[in-house]
Write a protein that binds this ligand. Structure first.
Ligand SMILES: C[S@@+](CC[C@H](N)C(=O)[O-])C[C@H]1O[C@@H](n2cnc3c(N)ncnc32)[C@H](O)[C@@H]1O
Length: 223
């Protein structure tokens, strides 16, 4: 049955199906296109049914969500340990793990409903390089360290950094996916950046693949 709001369609049984098809440029971003398609299927079925993804997002799931995350893959070196703080339904953590089987990805998510979805998705997709930890990031301080800590849509830098920076191993980085507020957030955080002895640079990834390109704030030690 066609939708009446122009945001997608139902499959006749009430489940949302994306009108947006997987982009042709998908090839090359993922070693296994079927795996990322299966993850998207989970997002738009179980994810929507459980309220993890709004029905209005279904129609833009590839461009706004999957590609927005996938284009940052080249920012990650080989074989690194990644922690995705506030992974939600697996963005960007599951996308990165599918794109790069060499990564060891830890998804940190405190909410039961979301962490349960993550565990089910990891099992169903057979992702051997992914671990799900139900916790707030702060609970891992002094316990776990990672080469790269990612986050997307979790909190403004001033709140996010005190959660993420203690999880970074010496020489590691925080990569925070941001929207158009990236530069302003960096400017607002200058005192905290000085206090932590870190630098923050705004990078753009995925020109010609993601529209708009994905803004990432890269935080690293200045020492
Ligand atoms: C708006 S959602 C974004 C989810 C996902 N990253 C995305 O881009 O769709 C923010 C997530 O951050 C999680 N979160 C909030 N505070 C957190 C903390 N201190 N440590 C870890 N996760 C946190 C929330 O439970 C929520 O799932």
């Amino acid at each position: 049955m066609p939708s009446t709001d122009g945001q997608g369609d139902t499959d006749g049984q009430g489940a949302w199906v994306p009108r947006e098809t997987a982009p042709a440029k998908l090839s090359g971003l993922f070693p296994d296109d079927q795996l990322i398609r299966r993850y998207v299927d989970l997002l738009v079925s179980t994810g929507v049914a459980r309220g993890l993804l709004g029905p209005r997002e279904v129609d833009k799931v590839w461009s706004r969500h999957v590609l927005n995350c996938a284009v940052i893959v080249p920012a990650l070196g080989p074989d690194v340990r990644v922690c995705d703080v506030g992974s939600g339904a697996g963005l960007p953590g599951i996308v990165l793990a599918i794109a790069r089987p060499d990564l060891q990805v830890c998804l940190v998510e405190p909410l039961q409903r979301r962490s349960a979805f993550l565990t089910e998705a990891v099992d169903q997709l057979g992702l051997l390089n992914v671990e799900v930890v139900r916790a707030r990031a702060e609970a891992l301080h002094g316990v776990r360290r990672f080469d790269v800590v990612t986050s997307r849509a979790v909190a403004p830098l001033e709140r996010l950094l005190p959660w993420c920076w203690p999880l970074v191993t010496p020489g590691g980085v925080v990569l925070a996916i941001k929207g158009s507020s990236a530069g302003a957030e960096v400017a607002r955080s200058s005192a905290l950046l000085r206090q932590l002895r870190v630098s923050a640079t705004v990078e753009q990834w995925g020109f010609g693949v993601a529209t708009p390109a994905t803004s990432v704030v890269r935080i690293q030690s200045v020492e």
